[in-house]
Structure formats: C-alpha cells, structure tokens
Design a protein around this ligand. Structure first.
Ligand code: ZN
Ligand code: FE
Ligand code: FE
Length: 308
C-alpha cells in the first residue's frame, strides 16, 4: 500500500505554497499540512497566484497528489462561545475567508478545532459550533471542513467521539463536513491507541469511517486520559513506536493522509529553544518501520552540520 505521509510545514510571506512543497520534499514526504499564516493569529496575506502555479508544477513533477494536501485553520478561531457577538461573528467571517483562501490555493480539506465553550457547557458549545458551521457552509465551495478530535483540555468541545458525532449530525451540508483524528488528542481524551480498531469501530458506528479525511500522528507527553494535549516526538512518548506504526499502516485507514505535528527539537538538553524539525528522521523511521534509538541526537547532528 502506498503510504501518504507528511508533516506540518511553514507558509511564509515570500514563498507561500512553493516553500511548503520545497520543505515537504526535504523531509522525504509526499503530502503536507500548513497554516495560511501564523497558527496563533488571524493576520493573513493575499495569496500569490504565481507562487501557487510554481508550487503546483513542482508537486506534479515530484508526485505529490494535491488532493492530499491540508490546511489547518488557526486555533484561536472559537465557534463554541457566542457570549460576545462580535467575537463569534469574527470567527465565522474569518472561517469564511479561510475557505476562500483554500479555494484560491486549490485546497480541498480544512482542519478545524471545534472550539471551547468557556463556561457555557458542552451542549451549548456544540450547538454554537453547529450553528456557525451551517452559516459558513452555506456559501458554495468544494472545501470540506474536518473537525479535529480534541484532548479535552480546559473546556474544549469535541473531546469524545460522541461529541464529534453530535457536531457532524447537526450539519446540513453533509458532503462538506468530515473529521480529523489526532492520536495524541485521542490518547489524552482517554482512548487507548494500542486498540485502535476498537476506536475505529466506534467511529464507524457513530460517524462512518468514510468521514475521516486526515490523521494527525503525534506521540503524547501525558498518560491515557490526562486531558492535556502536549505532543511528543514519534516513539518516545506514552503511546509508543509500535502503536503509532500500527495506526499508520492500518488497512482501514489507507488512502488517508497521515500528518506529523510532533515538536521541533532543541539544540541541546538544557535549551528550551525548539529549532530543528524532526520530520525527516521520523518519516525515515516510519518508512523503515524501525525505531531509531538515536532519533534526537541524529536530528541535532544533521541540522547543526547543515547550519555550518
Ligand atoms: Zn489541530
Ligand atoms: Fe492535531
Ligand atoms: Fe494538539
């Protein structure tokens, strides 16, 4: 089976989509996910059509199937809380614009964190999300919004398969809604990744496996059910190498893009600066299905040498 694997990559002002593709190729990946600006804010630049065309050409020549490429909406968009009208409407309008940007780039999948109810309670939070999404999806486009499964940190909605199913069920335009699984989030929400087929069975019954459009592959720094959401590098967290490999190579999930969002590595153990992307080396382990005991030092050596 052909593995569809990639990572989060940067989208810069100068190079835009072309930079994403170049970074992807440097990791030996065949797909990627990006934010159309900083993940933490909503400042966005216009899309450069020339750069987009150049990127499309490069993808064609390097066997990256554009249908597998994903955009992640900024995580400060919160559709779950409607206490402040202005903020709620801003989030709705920003999401509409984000879909227009995806259209301009030719992207078909947009991953979205459902949002935090911040004291309103899950039921109200979920109904706010449904209401907002139905407004956004009213405008014609081919972009599918993929609701991500969350860890349950703070007052996050979408921390269980039931909550995600509730959101999906409330959406009128069913063709334009899907889900994105995240292994770290599922673990932190109390789903045991070592029995992934059981999780898939539940998703199949309550939502349908055909609604899975993307899988975020991350190890976790925290134990099962911790409700924390802190990603760890591949194979060195509480989920572990073999369990993540089993998710990636699960036959029921073939043809679904797998995206790494594991943390950048610091130059040394005492440094808090996260400078080096781990993806080239993690993807190598995934392809070989073999754990690299020297993962972190290999990453440091590689980037320290290329910087000289
Ligand atoms: Zn996410
Ligand atoms: Fe994620
Ligand atoms: Fe996360």
């Amino acid at each position: 089976m052909e593995l569809i694997i990639g990572s989060h990559v940067g989208f810069t002002k100068e190079k835009q989509l072309l930079g994403c593709v170049e970074e992807t190729l440097s990791y030996g990946a065949n797909t990627f996910m990006f934010y159309t600006g900083a993940p933490q804010n909503t400042n966005r630049l216009p899309i450069d059509n020339d750069k987009t065309l150049e990127a499309l050409k490069l993808m064609k020549n390097s066997n990256i199937d554009y249908n597998n490429v994903i955009v992640h909406a900024p995580y400060i968009i919160n559709l779950a809380n409607d206490q402040d009208d202005e903020k709620y409407n801003f989030a709705i309008n920003f999401l509409k614009q984000e879909i227009s940007r995806c259209d301009a780039l030719g992207i078909k999948k947009l991953v979205l964190h459902p949002g935090s109810h911040v004291g309103l309670g899950s039921e109200k939070g979920i109904s706010n999300i449904i209401n907002a999404l139905n407004i956004v999806l009213n405008k014609p486009s081919e972009v599918v919004i993929c609701i991500e499964t969350m860890a349950g940190k703070g007052s996050e909605c979408g921390k269980s398969i039931d909550e995600v199913a509730q959101i999906i069920n409330g959406i009128t335009n069913k063709n334009r809604i899907g889900i994105c699984l995240d292994t770290c989030h599922l673990n932190d929400a109390g789903y045991d990744i070592s029995n992934f087929d059981k999780i898939l069975d539940e998703i199949d019954t309550k939502i349908g496996l055909n609604k899975i459009y993307c899988i975020h592959i991350n190890d976790s720094k925290n134990i099962l059910g911790a409700a924390k959401d802190r990603h760890e590098n591949f194979g060195i967290g509480t989920i572990g190498f073999q369990n993540l490999i089993n998710v990636i190579y699960n036959e029921r999930l073939k043809n679904i893009p797998k995206i790494l969002e594991t943390p950048y590595v610091s130059p040394d153990d005492n440094s808090k600066e996260r400078l080096y992307p781990p993806y080239k080396f993690e993807i190598e382990m995934i392809k070989n299905k073999k754990f690299n005991d020297n993962l972190i030092s290999d990453i440091r050596n590689y980037y320290q040498q290329t910087q000289k």
